[in-house]
Structure formats: structure tokens, C-alpha cells
Design a protein around this ligand. Sequence first.
Ligand SMILES: Cc1ncc(COP(=O)(O)O)c(C=O)c1O
Length: 413
Amino acid sequence: MSTPSADPARGSARVRRPGFDDLDRRWLRARTGVKWHGVEADVLPAWVADMDYPVPPVVAEALREAVDRADLGYPDWSEGSPLRRTFAHRMATRYGWEAAASRVREQTDLIQCLQLLLHLATSPADAIAVQIPNYPPFLATLDTMRRRTVPVPTVDTDEGWRMDIGALADGVARHACKVLLLVNPHNPTGRVLTREELEEIAGIARRHDLLVISDEIHSELAHAPHRHIPFASLSADTAARTVTITSATKAFNLAGLRCTVTHYGPDRLLALRDAQPPDLYGTVSVLGVVGTQAAWQHGDAWQTDLLTVLDGNRHQVHKTLQTRLPALRHHLPEATYMTWLDTTRLGLEGVDLVSHVRDTGRVLLDGGERFGPGAAPYLRLNFATSQDILSDILDGVVKALGPTPDQWAPAAS
Ligand SMILES: Cc1ncc(COP(=O)(O)O)c(C=O)c1O
């Protein structure tokens, strides 16, 4: 059941969805996870990529059943977990990509997948092409593993954020890159690459014989009409050179379960991976597999509601900021629940933006600095919360970064 609510930012009634818009702030503050834990009692956290919503009921039920069965003994993954088949089936039905269950391996963390792949396929000083800005742990990994980062800028255009594919071609040729680390849909901008763009990238990968590590963790959060296309699905060539890394954690809000899958296109890399000591990289947990399995097999109705809620929220963010803070440049994200805010026109040079927004607006955002060179004047805002909390978050951001109310532009019609 849903009830309509006035939504000044959209200028129309917006439905309030139980399970998404009725979040109790005390319940959220009682969480021990990194997003809410340790944040001051009157500060709203809109940072790290966790959503505020409850666990999808089908997932909660599956987890409860496993506990009720006391099914927490050593898992039997001798033939691989059931996730391998479920992942392959999901790729076939959602994207028409014939991923092979036999090529899937489990891992606890996506960041661990990247580290393992770099360890197996590259050596220190090898050059890796990577979009900038980017998910900070990926950039930190390239640094600590002493791989050379070849930046591929994401540029701000009138049509939205665009990956600079010309810069990719130049960088790969100039630095003899071995790997392209592709994040699509893109964190932090929410851009979804089109088939034409992906084919252009595939051409560069073919000409320079790149291994492509394709992070598609945000793929199920593409907002219509944008559609995700798995990179490996483009052609036989991309299938053979792509390792796809993903999980259910973003699209079903399960990051605490620590369970991911890696699909190995290249035979040689899969053989290298299987020749590693069997326990060196750990084992996914029973609850991680049960939760992921339940989400992928039975979570689609919940996810449809989620996407409706996130679509409303992204418009709420966009319209509110356009109206009340027009100098803060940003674009409506094409996927996921983060938006990337450019403060360069606000006259705040030299200000510690995260501290300023926290202290003045009582909202905690992610600062751009860790997202790569040139990203310091940016902030990332997570809008996966209730309409009421989001309104308070936006009020805080406007209070901290914006002009006074009498200077606000009239609401866009
Ligand atoms: C692009 C991207 N990759 C990977 C991750 C994290 O994956 P994991 O928590 O499984 O390490 C995130 C989390 O926000 C992300 O945005």
C-alpha cells in the first residue's frame, strides 16, 4: 500500500512506499554498520554506498530460515556454490549474455577480486587504464600494488558525464597499458555507457590486447531508459578478454554479507586462479550465498519498487539543487543512488567541504579528494533513503553551500 505526498521539488504528488519512505531514524542510528555508526546524533549520513532501506523481505526470510535450520556449519562448496548457476541464469535472462557457470568463482569482496586479478595478470609498474574519478579503494589498490595509473577522465558535457574515450585510446597507446579497469555503470557519476561507447572501448581493447576488468556491481540499478550492457556480451573477442566482477550487494543492499562473483573470460587467467592455494583467498559464507541467492532468484519485485523509489529520489535531488543551488553543477544520474556534485562555481576554494557541510548543514557527504586527481572540489551524495530524510539532507546541503532563501531562483515548472 502506498500513500501520496506533496513533493514540492517535483511539483507533483509523490507516492510514499512502505519499507522505503517510513524509515525510523532511531532504528537507523542503532545500526552498527559504517554508514550510521559513529555519526553524531544530529548529523544525517549521506556518504558511503549503503542504502537506508530494510533488507528485502525475501532475503531476510531466507537468512532467517538458514539460521532456524542451524545451517551454519562448514559450507559444502566442493562443486562451487549454487551462485555460479544463478549468476549465469541471471545474465542470460536479464541481458542475453551467455555467461558460463563453470567460469564463475566466488570471493568475499569485490576489491579483493581486483587485487587477485592484478596479482595474477600484472606486475608492479605495469600500466592500468582507469576512469577518473573512481571508487576510492580501486585507486588506493593501484597505488599500494605499485601499478601505474593511466587516468581516463570523465568529462562534464551538456549531455551529462562522458567517459573520454579518446583519452583512453591515447593513454593506452602511450603507456602500453596491460589492463583496462572499467566501472560501468560508473561510480561516482552514475553514467551508463551506451553500446556505441562500449564498442569503441572494445575496439581499443582488441587493438592493444588489453585485459578488461569490468566492474558491473551497479548494473541492476540503471534507470530507464538507460540499459546496462555487460562488456563481455559484446562479442567473442570481448568475452575472451573480459573478467566481470559483480555482486548483489549494491542492488539489494547486502554489503555486510561480503559475497561477490567473478566471471573469467580468459582461459589462462582462470587456470592461474585455480592453481592458487585453495584457501589463500578465503571462502564465501553460508549466509552470503543464501542471501545473494534469494536476492537474485526472488528479489525482482522488491527491486522494481526500489528503482521506482530511487527514480523519485534522483529527481528530488536534481530539482531541489537546480532550484535552490543552481551554481552547484551536477547531472541527473543514469544509474545507482549517488550523485556527483561540482562545487567549483560556489567560491569555496580552500574550504574543507566535508567538514563544512557536516558542521553547517549537519549532513555527512563523501569528499571528492579520494576519487582521484582533480576531484577535490566535488562531493558525492547518497540519496537512497526516505523522502523525509532526503529532504532534510538536501536542506542541510543547501544551508551549507547555498545562498540565503531570498536569493533562491523560482522553482522550475
Ligand atoms: C564501483 C564499485 N565497486 C566495488 C564496490 C565495493 O564492492 P565490495 O563491497 O564487494 O568490495 C563498490 C562499493 O561502493 C563500488 O561502488
